[in-house]
Design a binder for this molecule. Structure first.
Ligand SMILES: [Zn+2]
Length: 414
């Protein structure tokens, strides 16, 4: 049996019926032109259909804690301190993390996200507690939302003083994660951290997704080291570098040199505009840098660049709607992307970087689709209307409706 998403509008303005079989798009035909044996489906009433969105970089274990874990300093180290203090005071519980992570997943899904990659803190006396919480939350969305996990190990990772952190990472890998994480720019031995991450990932047969150079100091450029090590080691897993803020602070020549290495290494770069616009640049009151990576140099060199939200309503970022259209809007405004390219960075480019098949609303594509009541991709990003239908493998998994009204006062009320 096929399902039909009828009266769907493509970005070229044509209205089509999308026939779905076994979760995949089987045919895309002008509306009403193909008879169907379908017994169910949806009438999309001319809403725009787009590839479902993907969130390549989240922290679902920290999401939605802005009230419990305030960060009055507003910078990255204020956020890290606030989190450590709250955790030490017992304000972050397993049960609370399960509920918050589930709430954040629900928000992502209702906005049109069918795949998310989340970093999860791996530290302390129960290093896998947050991972267990996120997995428990993810189980509630089985079949609705693909959840990839990254073990975010803390530094130091090498030497005698890194022993606890290395065993915390090993425990997380043992429990089951998709990626090894870490922050080489915060480690006294960044190259050593990268070497260890690649070795652990190789042994476990998983990928690597590092927080890289999340600062404005141009003398720090661990991205170059990461790319070289991936190339030299012949690492075969999936590799991603998130943030890469200091690349944006380099000369154009250095940007292009490093971007070429990143492309050669096959490292996907995730730029995270909202959190980096919030956290970075506070000590640069004049001509404040935006804190984004060198998006155009990376693109010019053929590197895969996607965009994510990073933190949402926590000490690292007090706002955020869990809506990739918000990230896309920032990529237009702060990243100087055209709207179609910005949407691609939160949908198909993010999916490619996450190892998922791309969706072009063509036969053979997975039927992960978001329908939105908007005139165009530009209009969808501009208005971000909460009039959406989200389909995963052709099945409706979330919906939102928006109503507005103007009420004119009567003559007497005036
Ligand atoms: Zn992050």
């Amino acid at each position: 049996m096929t399902r039909v998403l009828a009266n769907a509008r493509l970005t070229d303005g044509s209205t089509v019926d999308i026939h779905i079989r076994d979760g995949m798009i089987d045919a895309v035909e002008p509306t009403g032109s193909k008879a169907s044996e379908a017994s169910d489906g949806e009438d999309l009433c001319g809403w725009l259909v787009l590839p479902a969105m993907a969130e390549p970089h989240a922290h679902l274990d920290k999401a939605l804690t802005a009230e419990e874990v305030p960060n009055p300093k507003g910078d990255l180290f204020g956020a890290i301190d606030a989190w450590i203090t709250a955790a030490a005071a017992g304000r972050i519980t397993l049960e609370g993390t399960v509920e918050r992570a589930a709430a954040a997943m629900e928000l992502l899904l209702v906005h049109g996200v069918t795949a998310v990659r989340t970093h999860v803190n791996v530290l302390g006396p129960n290093p896998t507690e947050s991972l267990s919480a996120v997995k428990e939350a993810a189980a509630r969305f089985d079949g609705l939302l693909d959840v990839q996990t990254v073990a975010l190990a803390v530094s130091p990772m090498n030497g005698a003083e890194g022993a606890d952190n290395r065993s915390a990472l090993a425990a997380a890998v043992e429990e089951g994660v998709d990626f090894v994480g870490g922050c080489p720019h915060l480690d006294s031995d960044g190259p050593g951290l990268i070497r260890n991450a690649l070795a652990v990932a190789t042994d476990a047969g998983i990928g690597v997704d590092l927080h890289v150079d999340e600062m404005l100091d141009p003398s720090v450029l661990t991205l170059r080291e990461f790319a070289r090590q991936v190339i030299d080691s012949g690492f075969e897993g999936s590799a991603a570098a998130s943030h890469c803020v200091t690349l944006g602070m380099q000369s154009r020549a250095v940007q292009l040199e490093v971007a070429a290495l990143v492309a050669e290494a096959g490292i996907a770069v995730f730029t995270l505009p909202q959190t980096n616009l919030f956290l970075q640049g506070r000590d640069h009151p004049t001509a404040t840098p935006r804190g984004l990576t060198a998006v155009s140099a990376l693109q010019e060199c053929g590197a895969l660049v996607a965009a994510g939200a990073d933190n949402v309503q926590d000490p690292f970022n007090p706002i955020g709607r869990s809506d990739p259209l918000e990230t896309a809007a920032l990529m237009v405004t702060a990243g100087h992307q055209l709207p179609d390219a910005a949407y691609d960075m939160v949908s198909n480019s993010a999916r490619r970087a996450m190892g998922l098949p791309v969706i072009n609303i063509k036969p053979g594509d997975p039927a992960d689709i978001v329908a939105i009541d908007a005139p165009s991709i530009r209009g969808a990003i501009a208005d971000a209307p909460m009039a959406r239908r989200v389909f995963r493998r052709g099945l409706l998994v979330a919906s939102a409706d928006q109503q507005t009204a103007i009420h004119h006062p009567t003559q007497e009320e005036k």
